[in-house]
Design a protein. Sequence first.
Length: 234
Amino acid sequence: MFIYAHRGASALAPENTLLALKTAIAQQADGIEFDVFQHQNEFILIHDRWLHRTTNGIGSIDSLLLEQIRKLDAGEGETVPTLLEALQCIGLSCQINIELKGVRDVPLLLKYVHDACDSLSIPSSNILYSSFDHHLLKTIKTIAPSARIGALTANKPIDYAGFAEVLDAEFVNADVTFVDKNFVYDAKRRGLKMGVYTVDQPEDLVRLKEWGVDAVFCNNPLNARLALADSASD
Ligand code: G3P
Ligand code: CA
């Protein structure tokens, strides 16, 4: 089962910072997931539109200039990274899941990522775009049909993974609270991969692996790997 570091290795370093990405790389995570907001013509790593939870700033990201946001402390003296810095940091170390939180200009994002990956020799197959905003995912697929997408849900829809199949997604990524065997089997039946977030409890990891889940998003990737290895040796 593929292990993504969730917001970087966010149990061990401030979420969505370069330190969290580097920690995930050091832990040999299979992939790293992080959250992206658009700020004017730039893209930054942050989970919330409001600054106060993860930085020493206040107000919304749109109320500050980029230079002001970049001077904030995102924890342990870390700054709010740009998407380019994140891609430079990860490079070819592992797979990259860019979760789109607040993106207004999808063509700009796709060009930004394409140009960055080109200059860093990161294959497009290393990038997975995901979002709870399925309209954004649809736009990505319209502009770049070969782009890999993961459709997020915090629910268990009546037709399970049907919405992800309609979007031509590779992954359906669902909240661990609502994932059951039926959901996993439905995704598989539709030819989709199943991802589950956020999974840090060994019992959940083992159960999801037994059900055939393809990927999990963990705040502590190393602990997750050890828990799975432990259960395999029992
Ligand atoms: O991509 C899975 C997960 O990160 C979605 O939820 O709130 O942690 O961004 P959230
Ligand atoms: Ca996320």
